[in-house]
Design a protein around this ligand. Structure first.
Ligand code: COA
Length: 466
């Protein structure tokens, strides 16, 4: 058997030999450009130098980026909140720390060796080169940290196309990470962006021949634009995650978990609980538990007033009023003229499965609760409410058969059992974190290895195991 160290040395040699000759042009000293083409050229140049610094240095650079993200988590969170008004500084800080600490790095890259009578074959992860990363307004800085670490760990440089509504905080995150990377030995900035992000700039990024891979997190418009680019796309699509509670669940814990998950960042995360289906024998107990955990219960007349405030009627149904996306529960209630009790984390209303609060991805802290006869009806309703997105779903139950049936029927990328939704991205749950959950394109929870292409190198007649 070859040791890990031997394999890594062989891989490093092979990669070095297979690299095209490095261009002599020095890496640029700025990461922000007026023009997208100039930005991409700079990213190409730096990547050629970066890939040759070696794996150990790359590891050191990634660690420095993590440290800088931890040290700046709160100021980045504040900047994101001030610019977008979505969610909260405390939750954004938690997300930045999560991304800094639990995004897989260089250790995520695995090389396989096959040896036998005919020699040795190595299958190893190589960088794409330059990746175009399109990032959302709902989660701007944590996505830059998360994708920045993962893509750089994989040996790439990145050109970000931040949502124009989050350009300043995204630029700040890019700058913080670059500064740390260069101080740790990177040959130049590893993350890039244009000074004025726009739809046109993002379109140019999607069309540029030097960009080998697109990772897109955002609303439907931008994801479908990227899908038409003809490039390989890692796309994070929409969700409308249901949560099921059956009669065997620990109801008090389920109530708290749902309130915590659905109110985190005022419900803007795509994995957050967006509607609840509860078996009616435990329905009242669940709602009472939710109120004890910080939710405010409103009746159907108040729910109607809230609907008329936060949703807009369109021919085909309802769309969200963007002025209320990611805003506090108290703000929503006040805007609808409903008396606010204390500082509610979430608005809860008992309703029917076809209510617009159930069928629309709300992106605000409003939780419709639907009482159903039994777990089978709950599963059917949850499948319908999820709209076949196969994104995320959650369940509270102690019955393994019920949990398995729901998991199979929903067939989602993330399925959290007996915890808040964010446990599914490693926040209070096992496993690494990611904010690019690629359901439509199939990569699932992305990490450094997702941002590599597989190469194979065969040596014939030597280094076999004899
Ligand atoms: N770069 C450039 N342009 C972008 C962009 C990016 N990264 N992201 C979006 N845009 C464009 C859109 O294509 C759209 O262009 P158009 O006006 O020509 O149609 C425009 O910017 C507005 O984008 P959009 O995000 O739809 O509008 P908004 O800012 O008013 O809406 C949200 C905000 C949050 C409601 C909306 O983005 C949304 O529904 N997002 C889904 C949730 C989400 O972002 N999930 C990602 C996982 S965290």
């Amino acid at each position: 058997m070859l040791s890990q160290e031997q394999i890594e040395r062989i891989v490093a040699d092979v990669v070095r030999q297979m690299q095209p000759q490095m261009e002599n042009a020095p890496a640029p000293d700025t990461c922000f450009f007026e023009d997208m083409d100039a930005c991409i050229d700079a990213a190409v140049r730096t990547q050629k130098a970066f890939v040759r610094v070696g794996m150990e240095k790359r590891r050191v650079i990634v660690e420095a980026m993590r440290k800088a993200a931890v040290e700046n988590a709160e100021s980045l969170a504040k900047a994101a909140f001030e610019e977008t008004k979505y969610g909260s500084v405390a939750h954004k800080t938690a997300k930045c720390l999560l991304a800094a600490q639990k995004t897989p790095g260089v250790e995520d890259l695995e090389t396989r060796a096959i040896t036998g009578d005919e020699g040795l074959t190595l299958i190893f992860p190589a960088p794409f080169g330059v990746i175009g990363s399109i990032t959302p307004s709902t989660n701007p800085v944590a996505t830059v940290i998360n994708n920045g670490i993962g893509m750089v760990a994989a040996g790439n440089t990145v050109v970000f196309a931040p949502h124009p509504a989050a350009k300043k905080c995204s630029a700040m995150a890019i700058e913080v990470l670059n500064k740390a990377a260069v101080a740790a030995g990177a040959p130049g900035p590893l993350l890039y962006a244009v000074k004025e992000p726009s739809v046109a700039a993002s379109q140019r990024l999607m069309a540029h021949p030097a960009v080998r891979l697109l990772a897109v997190t955002g609303g439907e418009a931008i994801v479908s634009m990227a899908m038409k680019s003809g490039k390989k796309v890692i796309g994070a699509g929409p969700g409308n995650p249901p949560v099921i509670v059956d009669e065997t669940a620990n109801i008090e814990r389920a109530a708290k978990d749902i309130v915590d998950g659905a109110s985190f960042e005022n419900n803007i995360p795509c994995i957050a609980e967006k509607e609840t289906f509860v078996v009616k024998s435990v329905g009242n107990a669940l709602v009472e538990g939710m109120v004890r955990s910080g939710a405010q219960l409103i009746d159907s007349a108040q729910a109607q007033k809230l609907l008329e405030t936060v949703l807009i009627k369109k021919d085909s149904g309802y769309v969200i009023n963007r002025a209320f996306v990611g805003r506090d529960a108290g703000y929503l209630l006040k805007s609808a003229g409903i008396p606010v009790q204390g500082e509610p984390k979430l608005v809860v209303t008992v309703t029917t499965k076809d209510h617009p609060f159930v069928t629309t991805e709300m992106l605000m802290p409003v939780m419709p609760v639907v009482f159903v006869e039994d777990v089978n009806e709950a599963i059917d309703c949850a499948v319908e409410a999820e709209h076949g997105n196969h994104h995320s779903a959650h369940m509270h139950s102690t019955n393994v058969e019920n949990l398995s049936r729901a998991s199979q029927a929903l067939d989602t990328t993330i399925f959290v059992k007996n915890g808040p939704s964010y446990a599914g991205i490693g926040f209070g749950g096992e496993g690494f974190t990611t904010f690019t959950i690629a359901t439509p394109t199939g990569e699932g929870l992305t990490s450094a290895r997702t941002f590599t292409r597989t190469r194979r190198c065969t040596l014939r007649g030597a280094l076999d195991m004899l």
